[in-house]
Design a protein around this ligand. Structure first.
Ligand code: IVH
Length: 698
């Protein structure tokens, strides 16, 4: 960096600070970035360099100061000039009605009350003090009157503005809100902690609290914390808008982050409706909430209502039912998954958690059981979050009965008796039985049929279990041999569901190479890897023939995955299943290949019309993969019109314009010679994935 004059540097630093703060606001508060990250980093680096050169220019509100100041010996205690209150709770619709009635009576209102509704964040209440627009203090709630100054730590949180934006803010403004850890960030830091051999946090709330109470702000700076603001404490030298929702809008304009879920609702009916809707969406939010907060929207009405002891009369928290319960762990069973991994599962004394009866909870692996010191017979805390499998949070040691038993993983597979082998990572134990093991077979078939794999609608888990148990199906290929009669003989299979399933099986035969590869359930080959393999190699045969080296040319594939692929294709049993699947008519269109020299139809434009024997999307994909463009309307620029049965006006127009018209056999001929197409596969006598006619792969 060239040396600058002091004045010039000062101006540049001020400009950079404003610019970076503006981008922070768009990125973290509005969630709508204006510039790419690289550009932002460049601005930040320039400011850092400038401040390093001229330390005098560093201001407490400089965005560079978020990285974390030096560690503290302890937190200073501070006094809240306006106490930080708690909320009255409501646990039922009736209690909500009671609250609304009390509000109306106090306000002597005949009319419906207008409420502001927003999520009750499950984090930590924090007060931010801005003087002349600059953040001077951040404090925890503490006992409501005295809290702790955690200013240095809060300064590291990107969604907390170090200086307020725009104008019109009061000279002293104390903003209150909740600091929390997004669920995605929580998962990430816990995973990292486990990798280091540490325990990790029990839940996002503890993680947020632990992060905020770090004496070393540099640690806090690395934790993914965020804040939603929902109120104002001390305020002087200015004023707020006359309603809660408008004042929240003001806060947002000043750069503070507020909940995007805030709504205005009318009367108690509006409150109950909001509560139900949010409860339904709860599990899709990237943060934990434990209820909804309703506030009388008019600040004038709030003043009339006032407070009772520690809580305002104008607000209530409608809490969600508990998500954690205590129950007895009766037994630990071991389940065998698709790849043979053994998973211990806790059988629980049935307990209702948030309205759902829970009887099982995953225990993940032996290491987890040992770490949490879980024994058979223990009293445990079970947690259920949304749709995910319930978890055993921890045991209650004080309640441990004298006769608990220590659990041990078996040395042989509990389903097929094969030897159990430990993975290289030392954590996962696996049954070595492969598809000999009925459990692995069953799971492999469930996976094959699943929505993102072959998408066989109507072939649910229960049905697969029956099919495997009765030995009607022992590999995915057997599914395509099922007939009406066999299926009709199964439990809960009426005529209609049998017919639908046969149709779904038929439909599933038209697939894509990526889906097919994913469906095979090769270890570590997830959807993304399957897609990458399909795009890179183009054909099943090419993947099968590729060695460890060639496989690793694919971006997603490392030595371990390559090894799994080679091992899979080497097994005679798997080769046989693949042959049978293709013989049954499973097929897919040619795969789009990036290389130009494999695009014989480059620059050619196609229109598809009429009813064709394969889904249009498949033919389109096949054509596109060879470089062709497929459009919806016929014009002079169209090179080919592919006309199926009952083609109408587009065909007429093509004839008028004298364009080249292809029927399906014509299309096949055009695509012919290149095996990568599977269009027209049905006419083939033999599956070709290993046959000679697949060898044209250039
Ligand atoms: S308003 C005087 N709004 O819930 C009213 N509180 O149980 C002050 N909380 O200490 C609170 N989300 O930490 C309000 N949207 C929200 C909230 C919220 C979470 C917390 C807050 C408060 C506690 C009371």
């Amino acid at each position: 960096m060239t040396a600058r004059g002091d004045g010039e540097a000062r101006l540049r630093a001020a400009w950079l600070r404003d610019e970076i703060s503006r981008h922070n606001y768009h990125y973290y508060v509005l969630d709508d970035p204006l510039i790419p990250d690289s550009e932002y980093d460049r601005l930040l680096r320039e400011l850092q360099a400038l401040e390093a050169e001229h330390p005098k220019l560093i201001t407490p509100d400089s965005p560079t100061q978020r990285v974390g100041a030096s560690p503290l010996d302890g937190f200073d205690e501070i006094q809240h000039r306006v106490p930080m209150l708690s909320l009255e709770n409501a646990f039922s619709d009736e209690e909500m009605e009671g609250f609304d009635q009390r509000v109306r009576e106090r306000l002597e209102s005949e009319q419906e009350i207008v409420y502001a509704a927003e999520p009750k964040m499950d984090g930590l209440a924090i007060s931010l003090r801005y003087e002349k627009g600059v953040l001077v203090q951040a404090a925890t709630r503490g006992d409501g009157t005295r809290g702790e100054a955690v200013t240095q730590n809060v300064r590291t949180i990107p969604s907390v503005p170090l200086r307020l934006l725009a104008d019109g803010w009061p000279e002293i403004l104390e903003v209150r809100g909740e600091i929390y850890m997004p669920l995605s960030g929580f998962e990430r830091i816990n995973q990292q902690a486990r990798k280091r051999g540490e325990k990790g946090f029990a839940n996002p709330r503890n993680a947020a609290a632990g992060s905020l109470r770090q004496l070393d702000p540099r640690i806090t700076a690395q934790r993914p914390l965020a804040m939603f603001c929902y109120g104002v404490g001390e305020l002087s030298g200015g004023d707020l808008a006359p309603s809660y929702h408008e004042s929240v809008r003001q806060l947002s304009r000043w750069g503070l982050r507020v909940s995007p879920e805030l709504r205005i609702v009318n009367g108690v009916a509006g409150c109950l409706d909001y509560y139900r809707r949010l409860a339904e969406r709860r599990e899709h939010l990237d943060y934990d909430i434990d209820g909804v907060v309703f506030k009388v929207d008019s600040l004038a009405q709030q003043r009339v209502l006032g407070f009772v002891s520690r809580a305002p009369r104008w607000a209530v928290a409608r809490k969600f039912p508990a998500q954690e319960e205590i129950t007895r762990l009766l037994e630990i069973d071991v389940q065998v998954g698709r790849t043979g991994a053994l998973t211990p599962v806790a059988r629980l004394k049935p307990v209702t958690v948030a309205g759902v009866t829970v009887t099982n909870a995953t225990l993940h692996n032996a290491e987890e059981i040992q770490r949490k010191d879980i024994r058979i017979g223990d009293w445990v805390i079970v947690r259920r979050a949304g749709d995910v499998i319930p978890q055993v949070v921890r045991v209650i040691p004080d309640r441990r009965p004298p006769d608990t038993r220590i659990f041990q993983m078996p040395d042989s597979c509990p389903v097929c008796g094969s030897e159990v082998i430990q993975d290289a990572d030392g954590v996962v134990l696996r049954c070595s039985g492969g598809l000999y093991c009925p459990a692995q077979r069953r799971e492999a078939i469930k996976h094959f049929a699943s929505r993102r794999a072959m998408d066989i609608e109507g072939l649910g888990d229960k049905l697969v279990e029956q099919l495997v148990k009765r030995q009607l199906v022992s590999s995915p290929a057997d599914l395509y041999q099922l007939d009406q009669e066999t299926l009709a003989g199964l439990e809960r299979m009426g005529e209609k569901s049998t017919h639908n399933l046969i149709q779904a099986l038929q439909r599933s035969k038209s697939t894509t190479l990526a889906r097919f590869l994913f469906a095979l359930g090769i270890r570590e080959v997830g959807e993304a890897t399957a897609q990458a393999l399909a795009t890179h190699f183009g054909t099943l045969k090419a993947i099968h023939q590729a060695g460890i080296e060639a496989l690793q040319e694919v971006s997603d594939v490392g030595p371990v995955v390559a090894e799994h692929l080679v091992t899979f294709f080497r097994q005679p049993h798997n080769q046989e299943v693949l042959e049978k699947l293709l013989e049954a008519g499973v097929h897919w269109p040619a795969v789009a290949m990036p290389a130009v020299d494999r695009q014989p139809l480059k620059g050619k434009s196609f229109v598809l019309t009429g009813t064709l024997s394969q889904p249009r999307s498949q033919i389109k994909e096949a054509l596109q993969s060879l470089g062709a463009k497929v459009t919806g309307s016929v014009s002079k620029k169209t090179d080919y019109v592919v006309a199926g049965v009952d083609a109408g006006s587009k065909l007429e127009k093509a004839e008028r314009l004298g364009l080249e018209i292809l029927d399906e056999p014509g299309l096949e001929r055009l695509l012919g010679g290149d095996e990568r197409k599977n269009v027209g596969h049905k006419n083939r006598a033999r599956p070709t994935w290993l046959g000679d006619d697949e060898s044209t792969q250039a």
